[in-house]
Design a protein around this ligand. Sequence first.
Ligand code: PEP
Ligand code: MN
Length: 339
Amino acid sequence: MIIVLKPNANKAKVDHFLDTLTSHYDVKVNTWVGTQSTVLGLIGDTSSIDIEYVQAQDFVESVKRVQEPYKKANRKFHPDDTVITLPTGQKIGDGSVALIAGPCSVESKEQICGIAQRIKASGATFLRGGAFKPRTSPYSFQGLKAEGLELLREAKKETGLPIVTEIMRVSHLELFEDVDIIQVGARNMQNFELLKELGKIDKPILLKRGLSSTIEELLMSAEYIMAGGNERVILCERGIRTYETFTRNTLDISAVPILKRLSHLPVVVDPSHASGISWLVEPLALAAVAAGADGLMIEVHNDPSHALSDGAQSITPDQFDEVAAKVRTAAKAFGRKVE
Ligand code: PEP
Ligand code: MN
């Protein structure tokens, strides 16, 4: 962290400030005295120093971080890729392309079990499906809730596919006992109280990027979960808001290699929410593989035109079968592990 002092900074005040910093944080201070101003360089772990506290001192002209504010998610302190391994053996981040597929919402036993059988036959290794749905309108289908989780359990029993499903509030955690990977949706990426609670549990968390969040904000949200002790976080790029209106969101494909450079956590891409259009799912999925994604999350529905949510972006099981085959071919071409 670089701190530039005002030209006539009070020396006693600065010394007191630096004593406070060095006694509370593991940092050393280098001082450069110039003709116009004095510059302080804080060396060490500055991630927990509040930049606004520094800025608020009346003798500080400006302050700049040179080190990222996230530590546990930072590849600098953890050079090896994090591999998430489920008790049932499925892995994310091991060099393969994980395929997470299923409907936006769980709608019925026939629907979820039928889709689960089909996606499994096409090579998916995880089943997704929303039981608690974050919808823009309060009048839209809100999900089958606890019953939806029960139906996911049945689909898991039938197929052996681990379940990925979204949590919306802390008090629901007890219902998520049999869920294998808990999803935090885009709208809750900065629900810090939820993130803190998820930091205390022993399940992988799939953290989706917020609609208008920066890459650093996504990593800081991952840091919230990791700081609580749960280091099994999977990052998900699902498109961000831009001025483009053709697509529902804009897939930030560059976020994939950037996140993988900045962090050791696995990165999954959701081409369904990124585009909102079923025919864009395949090209975006292939682009994600080329960009180095560790997995894909794809919405699949047996009857998209009658889906209770996100039908326009849902592909059919037959289409998923084709996408999965192309993803495997692409993965092989890029030297990735193929299941
Ligand atoms: C979903 O996965 O169905 C979902 C609601 O996604 P997002 O939070 O990315 O909008
Ligand atoms: Mn959806």
